[in-house]
Write a protein that binds this ligand. Structure first.
Ligand code: SAM
Length: 207
C-alpha cells in the first residue's frame, strides 16, 4: 500500500508512517479483508465507502499537520481517515450522519487505543461548532459548493480540504483562511459519495 501512495508523489515521512501503523483491514467488513490494502475504495455498508488509500493520503498531506492541531473530519464512515489523523495531530473530532456507522467506527477506534478521537453524530455540513475553531478540516463526501460554516470554523491560517461538485464533475479543493478571506486551490478531479444536509445535497438527489 505504501508503494501505491509513494508512486503518486506522497513522501511526507509522518504521513507514510501513519499508514504503516494503522491496520486498514480493521475498518472494512471481514469478507473484504483480503482486499483491504488494494488500490481502491471498498463498501462499508449503508451505501457508503472507505476511500482509496491514495486519496486518504493525499487529503491528509494537504492539511500539512505538524502535530499540535485540533482537526475536524466530516464523514466518519469506517473511521479509517480519523485513525490516520489521530496519529498526526493532538485532537480529532469526526462527525457522521449515520449513527450505525458512527457506533462501529467508535468501537474500532477505541479498540486500537486511539483516545484522541471524538466521534459525533449529526449533520457535518454545519461543521461541529462545539469544538471550533480548527486548524484543519477534512471533508470526505462532496457538497455542491463549499459550506460557509466550515470556512467560518477555521482559525486564521487554517486549511479546509474537500471534494466539491456534482456527481461526475467533482474536484478536490483546498481553502486556506487569511483573516476574513479564503484562498482556494483546485488539486485534481475526484469521485466521492454525496455530502447530505443543510449545506449539502438533499435526500432526493442521487449519486
Ligand atoms: N472518511 C471515511 C472513512 O475513512 O471511511 C469515508 C467516508 S465516506 C466516503 C463519506 C461519509 O460521509 C459517509 O459515511 C456518509 O454517511 C457521510 N456523510 C454524508 N453526508 C454527511 C453529513 N452531512 N454529515 C456527516 N456525515 C455525512
Amino acid at each position: 500500500m505504501l508503494r501505491q501512495i509513494q508512486r503518486r508523489g506522497i513522501f511526507t515521512p509522518r504521513v507514510l508512517e501513519a499508514f504503516c501503523r494503522i491496520p486498514r483491514h480493521r475498518f472494512v467488513p471481514r469478507e473484504d479483508w483480503a482486499y483491504a490494502y488494494d488500490d481502491c475504495p471498498l463498501p462499508i455498508g449503508l451505501g457508503q465507502t472507505i476511500s482509496q488509500p491514495y486519496i486518504v493520503a493525499l487529503m491528509t498531506d494537504l492539511l500539512r499537520l505538524r502535530g499540535d492541531e485540533t482537526v475536524l473530519e466530516v464523514g466518519t464512515g469506517s473511521g479509517y481517515q480519523a485513525a490516520i489523523l489521530a496519529l498526526l495531530t493532538r485532537q480529532v473530532h469526526t462527525i457522521e450522519r449515520h449513527p450505525a456507522l458512527a457506533d462501529r467506527a467508535r468501537k474500532v477506534l477505541e479498540a486500537l487505543g486511539l483516545d484522541n478521537v471524538s466521534v459525533h453524530v449529526g449533520d457535518g455540513s454545519l461543521g461541529w461548532p462545539e469544538a471550533a475553531p480548527y486548524q484543519g478540516i477534512l471533508v470526505t463526501a462532496a457538497p455542491p459548493d463549499v459550506p460557509q460554516p466550515l470556512l467560518d470554523q477555521l482559525v486564521d491560517g487554517g486549511r479546509l480540504v474537500l471534494p466539491v461538485g456534482s456527481p461526475g464533475f467533482q474536484v478536490l479543493q483546498v481553502w486556506q483562511r487569511s483573516g476574513e478571506t479564503w484562498q482556494e486551490e483546485t488539486v485534481l478531479s475526484v469521485a466521492f459519495v454525496l455530502l447530505r444536509g443543510k449545506y449539502g445535497w438533499k435526500e432526493e438527489d442521487t449519486n
